[in-house]
Design a protein around this ligand. Structure first.
Ligand SMILES: Nc1ncnc2c1ncn2[C@@H]1O[C@H](COP(=O)(O)OP(=O)(O)O)[C@@H](O)[C@H]1O
Ligand SMILES: [Mg+2]
Length: 247
């Protein structure tokens, strides 16, 4: 089993769009669990479901098992642990190790080939729980100056968190999103990432495609419904690149 966390503290950087399309593309080749750790519940909407009021992924922090939160989605091989809408992470003290413990106790690796975790745009106990189980972290970013700065901050946070807690450092991959190659600033931002982090950390990227935004209206992920759209092609290529790196 491989666990892939999609994260960036910057909002609006296509974390949820990436998590949903990655989960659905992987569900074509294996069994997938998508954990919606952002209480906004947008990843849940993306796979035809809704956030839960009292039985979502976040209820593992109040003593529930992860498995009792599971719901079926638009794809047979894709299971969702939806967001719990009003969970307030700041009401809790030290949340460390809870998700990792649930994975172990519920033998999640026996049931799924891939776990994808969509995370909130904060560096809090939820993100730390996700990082504790991550084999890989994908950081989607919009190629602007602040996007580049945010990637740097995120990469440092991942490495620092792993070393503070003596954990294995996950593989880090950086995914440019909403890219328009005709815009010089986009090309420059991507070049900066290449220089700072190395070609091997950079994925090819996802272009702008309004279908990727519209998919949330109908709860039908574009990689399941569309064949020829730009977004589908780009996300498929991204998943191929990611799988090659995870081997
Ligand atoms: N490649 C894309 N082309 C066009 N719109 C996109 C693309 N990727 C994401 N979006 C839209 O951008 C907005 C932010 O994406 P979202 O996945 O919600 O980001 P985050 O989870 O990081 O906040 C959403 O409205 C989404 O539909
Ligand atoms: Mg999101």
């Amino acid at each position: 089993m491989k666990t892939i966390v999609v994260s960036n503290r910057k909002g609006g950087s296509a974390k949820t769009t990436t998590a949903v399309n990655l989960a659905c593309e992987l569900a074509k080749i294996g069994s997938v669990l998508l954990i919606d750790f952002d209480t906004q519940g947008h990843a849940s909407l993306g796979v035809g479901c809704e956030a839960s009021e009292d039985n979502g992924a976040h209820s593992i922090f109040v003593g529930k098992t992860l498995s009792e939160t599971f719901v079926h989605t638009v794809h047979d091989q894709l299971t969702l642990s939806p967001a719990q809408e009003f969970f307030d992470v700041y009401e809790f003290g030290d949340l460390r190790g809870v998700l990792k413990n649930r994975f172990r106790r519920e033998m999640i690796h026996d049931f799924f080939d891939y776990v994808i975790i969509d995370t909130p745009p904060t560096f809090d106990g939820l993100l730390k729980n996700a990082l504790e189980v991550a084999d890989a972290v994908v950081i989607p970013f919009v190629p602007h100056h602040l996007g580049v700065v945010a990637v740097g901050q995120m990469v440092r946070a991942i490495y620092q968190n792993a070393s503070l807690n003596s954990q294995k450092t996950p593989e880090v991959g950086i995914l440019p999103v909403m890219v328009n190659a005709h815009i010089p600033e986009h090309r420059e931002a991507i070049a900066k990432i290449r220089t700072q982090f190395g070609e091997e950390k950079l994925f090819s990227g996802i272009g702008i495609d309004i279908k990727l935004a519209k998919q949330f209206e109908g709860g039908n992920p574009v990689v399941l419904d569309e064949e020829r759209s730009r977004g589908v092609k780009d996300y498929r290529h991204f998943v191929e690149e990611l799988l090659a790196r995870l081997c």
